[in-house]
Design a protein around this ligand. Structure first.
Ligand code: ZN
Length: 126
């Protein structure tokens, strides 16, 4: 049942664009253009001209994660870097952003993880 490859459906795309529109208004920014296309390494990017590009695969991610990436990119239209102001604004709009961005880095939970924690280490973690 799961679709893996290929571009997202029209419905998924328009839903996603609706999310971008919603947050553009909320953050009072105006992207010059919004594109959804295959991207191999990133979820999204923001050009200096104010054009945003989102990965096809992002459209299929969990809503909370999509929202984090959208807010992150839209905030770049106001602040180009990841400075203190950027992260504090992000915290206002997406309080869980740190957990969400950590999850993004992680491989899917069902993939086999090397079990490198002997009991002694586990105890020491506290
Ligand atoms: Zn960024």
């Amino acid at each position: 049942m799961k679709k893996v490859a290929g571009p997202p459906s029209e419905k998924a795309r328009s839903e996603f664009l609706g999310l971008v529109d919603h947050w553009s208004k909320r953050l009072r920014v105006k992207p010059k253009g919004i594109h959804i296309r295959p991207m191999s390494r990133k979820w999204a990017s923001c050009s200096t001209a104010g054009r945003l590009t989102f990965a096809n695969s992002l459209v299929r991610k969990a809503p909370a994660f999509r929202e984090y990436v959208v807010v992150h990119e839209l905030l770049h239209l106001r602040l180009p870097n990841h400075g203190k102001l950027f992260t504090s604004l992000l915290s206002v709009y997406v309080p869980r952003w740190q957990a969400l961005s950590r999850n993004a880095m992680r491989k899917p939970a069902d993939s086999s993880r090397p079990s490198t924690s002997p009991p002694s280490t586990a105890l020491a973690e506290h």
